[in-house]
Design a protein around this ligand. Sequence first.
Ligand code: PEP
Ligand code: MG
Length: 586
Amino acid sequence: MTLASQTIQAIAVSPGIAIGRVMRVRPYNRLLEPELQKIDDVEAEVRRYRAAVEATRAELTALQEQVRSKLNSSDADIFEAHLLLVDDRTLTAQVEKNIRDKHFNAEYALFKAGESFARVLGGMQDEYLRERAADIRDVAARIMGVLTNTVSGEIGLDDRRIIIASTLSPSETAQLDRRKVLGFAVETGSATSHTAILARSMQLPAVVGIPPELPEKLSADDKLIIDGYTGKLIINPDARTEEAYRLRAQAAGELYSALERENTLRSETTDGFVVQLAANLDSPDGIDEAKRNGAGGIGLFRTEYLFMNRGDLPGEEEQFEIYKQLLVACDEQPVVVRTLDVGGDKFNTNIYRASEQNPFLGLRGIRLCLHERRDILETQLRALLRAGVYGNLRVMLPMVSSIREVIDVKSLIGNLQRKLEQEQREFLSHLPLGVMIETPAAAILAERFAPLVDFFSIGTNDLVQYTMAIDRGNDRVAYLYRPSHPAILELIRHTVEAARAHNIFVSVCGQVASDPAMVPLLVGFGVHELSMPPASIGVVRRVIRNLAMHEAETVAREALRCSNASDALAISEALLRRSSPEIVNI
Ligand code: PEP
Ligand code: MG
């Protein structure tokens, strides 16, 4: 029996549209509880376990090679993490202890150890560590498969289908055959999970956050539409909806192919105003994608991801090599590296000393670096100063709210430069320094910050959160989260004016920079650059190339007079609809 027609709002993690029937998958990484057996010859059982680990290692190495040849090397690196877990001494020790002390059979010993590790990780505040719980279960389930001699996780499909599962592990995702799978919808995960990263790399439309009971309710006869742009999952659509989505998918495909061919065109308005387009990256792995989309540099490199998923902190040499790689790969294009922005929802248990009641209002970003972990900032700045000679480096400070913070960092940079000189090291003698404008204090005091720095980058993700007093991760107040709110527009206008008055560069690097409906407004305010996820650059380039600056300026002026977010957005959207109807309709 098929389910009634309905639409579920999930979370979009990989763009595109998929239409097809359901394939339910029993997840690899659901570590099912095996039968407990008591073992007498514990040493033989330990040997059996070790042999299974050995076989799993060989299986993973083969899989890694297979993925490396099909996808890019960063996707194959995920298996590196799994291989490390297979060899994890704490896990092995716990399994062997369970066998020797409790006389558990290897399967049960592994289940107990794997589950307890996964539970500990699953309870961590650091999102990255929480997601590693799935990796532990994935690896344990693999070893279990070898122990029980069962091949799991192979997805045998006869026609192309949409995968529905409670979770899909990275290794399952990587094994999906693009010729057989249209896309997937899963219950758990987030846009930063490895599974989502792989889905984007494989260009499979995907959503996460579907209701937990849904996979059990759906059967092979149910038809689904995955809208990887908006996060909608439509179950058994009526004929009209399906046809509309088919047309949309076709149009989107044609548009994206056309946009890719435009990646060398200048991002300028019809009346000749250039707006730079840059990429937001979390790791150097994104450079190729940024180049493919014709990014004019890196407008935001979020360094906090270099500090996550590890037990130690990256040292000066390690960071130096990463920044150098980034700068060399970008030739002479500008690369804006942001100093560590840990805090808020980005945790790292190695760095924090105490948990906070309101982490978004706590020791985040530059506050943490100046107040409690100056050592981290010093190491990072030394690495940056040294790497800076290899390209066009700019450094940006996050979460700035007072002038003092900038003065402190500048004096620290001066000291570090003197030290590097004494050490006779090569370093950048003028390091262009900028601040994120993401607190209302920084926006209001923009005229006073401007003479001290070389550029501003407006971080609307946080500027909205702090100005409107809305936790950016809280779905209960998400309805209030409107970047076109008059208070935000006023702060953007004010910041751009201050930058222009002091002749410094001003960029926008929050999510709004990639929202086609907001682009006319931002261009009309006169920002010099929009920085965004690489995949969005093509669309924004087209929007800008279809815009006339004088019209964008009129829109910005009119929007500033609006008393609510919807009216302001509607004005910008109306211009988008007139100038780029093909973009509005995807
Ligand atoms: C922002 O706040 O807009 C921003 C770009 O930084 P992040 O999303 O990393 O906080
Ligand atoms: Mg921010």
